[in-house]
Ligand binder design. Sequence first.
Ligand code: ATP
Length: 596
Amino acid sequence: MMKPELDTVEKWMNTKPTTIDPLMEVHEALKLLRNLNETELPVTQDGHLLGILRLQDIIVLMNEKGDKSHQQTANVMTNSFVRLNKDTVLQDIRELPGYIVSDESGKLEGVLTEKELLLYHKELTQKVKKTEDLMKWYELIFNTAYEGLTVVDENGVIQLFNEAYSRYVGVPKDAAVGQHASNVIDNTRLPVVLKTGVPERSQAHRLQGQDLVVHRIPIWKDNKIIGAAGILVYEGLTEIQQVIQRMEQLHKRDEHNYQLKQVSNFLDSAINFEDILGDSPAISNAKKIARKAASSKATVLITGESGVGKEQFAKAIHYAGDTKAGDFISVNCAAIPEGLMESELFGYTKGAFTGADREGKAGKFELAHNGTIFLDEIGDMPLRMQAKILRVLQEKKVERVGGNQPIPLNFRLITATNKNLTQMVHDGKFREDLYYRLYVIPIDIPPLRERKNDIPIIIAHKLQQLAKVYQANVKTIDQQLLKLMYKYDWPGNIRELMNILERLFVLTDGEHISFNALPEFLHIELQKEGTLAPVQSLKKRRELLAEASKEEQELIKQTLEQVKGNKSQAAKLLGVSRATLYNKISRYALDKNYNT
Ligand SMILES: Nc1ncnc2c1ncn2[C@@H]1O[C@H](COP(=O)(O)OP(=O)(O)OP(=O)(O)O)[C@@H](O)[C@H]1O
């Protein structure tokens, strides 16, 4: 191993200093000292150090009576000087200038004056600055890593602890550092690794109810263990298994279409927690609660604005728990007309009503047997239906419309809303008893504007996904555009971000989505949150809004015509949820033309 180079006298000394001959007359030596701006110089003969000629001694001599200027240097020089050893480390030097003389022959090998020390200090400062910069980078990488990283010293006391680790264990970094690892990390084996010195790679570890893969690595220095590092590599073991399964399936068949189908299946159905992008504290916390919820059968209530990913979370919970044995049945309560709701949810028997299917039909609750029923927009559930749902929840049985045979069911209920249910209970619009039945594990998903740090991750992931779907190369995005996206408030949340990315991807021919390529309508869209928008007069704003609404109405009409009134399809094409589409249809009174 290479030894680090030490800052010794030998490394920094001047090996070719100006020297004075012992026969030189004092007036000449004085001239030399002045020219060189030195206070002393070594006197040598044949390279051997005889003594030192100092300015102060010459001045004393000159003040004596008579002309002394022709005296020889040998008579004025002194033999007392600082003798330095070549191996001395610079930090240890107390006096200057110092002379380095070879022991055996008395040859002058070099001098060390303030000049050399100054150069040494300059280099030292630069080195320190470089190290500081490097440390900043290390710290940044350490804290932005997705993996949880921690380092303990030889006593098992935490020295380093990154943000990701802090999120996994729910202990702030400041509280963790300085603590023994066992006080912070459940069932930690870092103390064991410190004792054995044997690394433990890719081990399963259960932390705060989550299954994780961890590495525990001893840190050796000079044949001694001086600490250990803990790395949390992957969030969920089940997810790894699923990823491996998906990979195996992909490898089995490599036709393009098959891959495309996988991508769209992946988008539509089997959602895992890894598919929920973002590692902001808010989203990590929501994921943590959701994971815990997945391991139980408890009812979950997800709240959050439209497009934040409520359904995405509901699916992740479904696929992470035993419920994945059954189906995930999603019902948008706002999209079903009140008259049809009962038969939709509970099903009907044959001949239950005119127009009913001959054989009868299972309702959504029945379809969700052994799986999950996701009631989206539960706040839009009519009061009459709320009472019926409460009964189903209490009895875990449904009765089809027109039937009298209760069917026992086993399902998990997840509900979601962007309304304030507490306020609705207060206003008498939502049953209090049902509310408490639903409010068992609440998960709030914050809007994208409150977790903008997730934006780059989402963009990067989506661009890769789009490249797969469109069989194209991965496209990069302009810095300026990214900045704009960062500033924008995303009222439509992740759904809006996904839609804009897809539009940009499709509209860009090359491999770089540039700011200039941004079409006018996206300019307006991204700028309207007041980030870059010029200040508009109230009148102008109203005009713009009216124009935009007209355009929106027209677009909805055209789309509905295109898909022959199929609202689910229209919502998909328009990139909005069905509930949003229904709201808009009724706001613009388009429902006269298209029956709900
Ligand atoms: N964290 C996320 N990572 C990746 N994709 C996400 C995330 N959150 C949402 N999405 C995507 O954004 C879109 C909207 O999500 P989702 O339908 O779950 O929202 P929602 O809150 O249920 O909306 P709504 O209330 O309007 O029904 C979906 O395409 C979903 O896959």
